[in-house]
Ligand binder design. Structure first.
Ligand SMILES: Cc1ncc(COP(=O)(O)O)c(C=O)c1O
Length: 279
């Protein structure tokens, strides 16, 4: 709120009465948008609804509140990496449920903005679903809704496949259990933070050994002091992989850099923009 005060923020979401009151009292020129609870129908890889969303059953509390605060739209997020049409269908039905209630309380609601959030897959493997099913469904539905503006907040849709990491091997050992391990010059506290926070399952390609000789399964550890810094297990790699070999990890653009820290004193790595490159 302190930061918002110094900027002209046109809209701000809230999903509890307390947040709504704060917006009204501390930032009266900002229009509150109600973030509603939506059922992801099990279709989101990273569900968000255990934390966010105002429930339809509580909406009368908002309409009847005195002194009144006025809500200028609705927002939802079906959860991240969602390839289920049913999740979006359910969310749109929930929007309609809220609109039905607000229709009887025009003093509490103006349908100015609908924010359909993010969740859209960043993988080209899901392009067909997006183009042929999801986008047409959303386009059709918004035509039937009374909002003046409809916006989305795509995150991984743009970011996921835009980044590739190249990271050197800095250690190799075999555990007493017989497991082969390598350590790489990154960590789950750095660019592999998505392994911890986003269910990211990186795939590794050793680009400095081609063609690969015989392969073995490796555990891949990160460089920090923490034994929880395990990036992946049972990864097939050339068994002669060695110090300074380079592993390439594609599709690491979503929820890697943004959640990375400098834990253990390791700086974030340089980012190189390759013009005209597709990844
Ligand atoms: C409010 C909000 N909008 C948009 C996004 C982007 O989501 P995604 O990367 O799933 O598109 C997030 C991600 O957590 C979010 O919390």
């Amino acid at each position: 709120m302190f930061k918002v005060k110094n900027h002209a923020i046109p809209y701000m979401t809230f999903d509890s009465k307390m947040e709504g009151i704060k917006i009204k009292e501390d930032q009266p020129s900002t229009k509150p948008i109600l973030r509603i609870f939506v059922d992801d129908k099990g279709g989101a890889r990273i569900p968000l609804n255990s934390k966010f969303g105002f429930h339809l059953k509580d909406v009368h509390d908002l309409c009847d509140r005195e002194p009144r605060f006025h809500t200028y739209g609705l927002a939802f997020h079906v959860g991240s990496d969602c390839t289920s049409l049913a999740a979006y269908q359910s969310a749109i039905e929930t929007v309609k449920g809220f609109l039905d209630v607000f229709r009887h309380s025009p003093a509490a609601f103006t349908p100015e903005l609908l924010d359909i959030g993010g969740g859209f897959s960043g993988s080209t493997a899901n392009d067909e679903f997006f183009r042929d099913q999801l986008a047409p469904y959303i386009r059709e539905q918004v035509k039937t809704l009374p909002f003046k503006r409809v916006i989305a907040e795509p995150g991984r849709f743009f970011a996921e496949e835009s980044c590739t990491l190249r990271v050197p091997v800095i250690g190799k050992k075999r555990l007493p259990s017989g497991k082969q391990c390598i350590t790489v010059n990154e960590s789950v506290y750095g660019l592999f933070s998505g392994v911890l926070f986003d269910g990211f399952k990186p795939t590794f390609n050793c680009i400095t050994r081609k063609p690969w000789a015989s392969c073995e399964q490796f555990t891949i550890f990160g460089r920090t002091c923490d034994s929880a810094d395990k990036i992946a297990e049972d990864v097939w790699l050339p068994n002669d992989i060695d110090d300074s070999d380079i592993l390439e990890v594609k599709n690491i653009g979503a929820y890697s850099w943004v959640t990375a820290s400098t834990f253990n004193g390791f700086p974030l790595p340089p980012v190189e923009v390759i013009p005209g490159s597709s990844s």
